[in-house]
Write a protein that binds this ligand. Structure first.
Ligand code: TYM
Length: 326
């Protein structure tokens, strides 16, 4: 059975891209070999409001459980509860080359977008991410398309460490869904949908009210030729809607495209399907929201389980490096 690990940041609100590209796949493929982390340390690359930080971490755990992660199977934990992540993160920072880190698209984009203060953490972000993955001897990392480059870097640093110090880490691979791996902003369909983007009308949140979901989908930017065809290159807005409807109805964008002649009915059906798709998640979220102590217990048990695995891997890495034991 493949060991699976993937994580999500507790920043902003969970949006449809997170759900389609990552969360739904974690739920569908979960086994006792699944590990999923809420990566709060990753969220610190920009200053955060501490009250919101705590609230968003708990809310994200509730959303993941409401989505169907089953804590009797999957290990769900908060990254900072397992100190091994920060320790191996430093070691990975020393294993990655400065040039490799500087070449990361997300680093380049984010550092270009931020005016003024840019933290050193933004550069080291992928080293901590490599640590998250390698600590669990993960074979597979189910992520959206935007994380592909970070997983490639993880493979490179794992291989480099193994070559320098002897076989220590499992070299993982990214698994990327065929549909839903890159959900685009509904208003700017050449940009990916993002919880940090300043585009509320272009971003569907998993906890959005059904009326808001309908409005956002119906106002989604398409083109004007009114020909329904799946072509992400020349018709990115329409292709995005076809992807969304395909995921909701468990089919392919091409198959969905064959059923429509006009944009209006396609938009109406996509909105309706999405509302139905998210309804059970929203209902379970409301139930879990009233029981925060249950969620805290899940996270505490998850941290124990995660740590029992992570500690063994970190000890292996320390030994390989020749760090003196106490
Ligand atoms: P994050 O928190 O930005 O996103 C979580 C997951 O959602 C996917 N995703 C998308 N998929 C499709 N379309 C979109 N528009 C879209 N937007 C986001 C992301 O690809 C991701 O899978 N660096 C990671 C968190 C991380 C991690 C890890 C992931 C830290 N350590 C170890 C895997 C393994 C991130 O910022 O994800």
């Amino acid at each position: 059975m493949a060991r699976i690990l993937s994580c999500i940041q507790p920043t902003g609100d969970v949006q449809l891209g997170n759900y389609f590209g990552a969360i739904r796949r974690w739920v569908e493929d979960q086994t006792p070999e699944s590990f999923h982390g809420i990566v709060d340390l990753h969220a610190l690359t920009v200053p955060r409001d501490p009250v919101e930080m705590r609230a968003k971490t708990l809310e994200l755990a509730q959303i993941l459980l409401a989505s169907g992660l089953d804590p009797t199977s999957t290990t769900l934990f908060v990254q900072s509860h397992v100190h091994e992540h920060a320790e191996l993160g430093w070691i990975m920072g020393c294993t990655a080359a400065l040039g490799e880190l500087e070449r990361m698209t997300q680093f380049k984009d984010k550092s270009a977008r931020q005016s003024g203060f840019i933290s050193g953490g933004l550069l080291l972000y992928p080293a901590l991410m490599a640590a998250d993955i390698l600590l669990y001897d993960a074979d597979e990392v189910p992520v959206g398309d935007d994380q592909r480059q970070h997983i490639e870097l993880t493979r490179d640093v794992a291989g480099r460490f193994n070559a320098r110090y002897g076989d220590t880490f499992v070299v993982p691979k990214a698994t990327i869904a065929r549909a839903g791996a890159r959900i685009m902003d509904l208003q700017n369909p050449t940009n990916k949908m993002s919880k940090s983007a300043d585009s509320p009308q272009g971003t569907v949140l998993v906890l959005d009210d059904p009326k808001d979901i309908e409005r956002k989908i119906k106002r989604a930017v398409t083109d004007t030729d009114n020909e329904v065809r799946y072509d992400p290159e020349t018709k990115p807005g329409l292709a995005n809607l076809l992807q969304i409807l395909a995921v909701c109805t468990a089919t392919t964008p091409d198959a969905v495209a064959g059923r429509y002649q006009q944009y209006g009915p396609l938009k109406a059906d996509t909105a309706a399907a999405l509302v139905e798709y998210l309804r059970p998640v929203q209902r379970r979220f409301a139930e879990l929201e009233s029981d925060p102590s249950y969620v805290r217990k899940v996270l505490s048990d998850g941290a124990d389980k995660a740590q029992s695995v992570a500690a063994v891997t970190l000890a292996r890495a320390r030994k390989a490096l020749g760090l003196l034991e106490r």
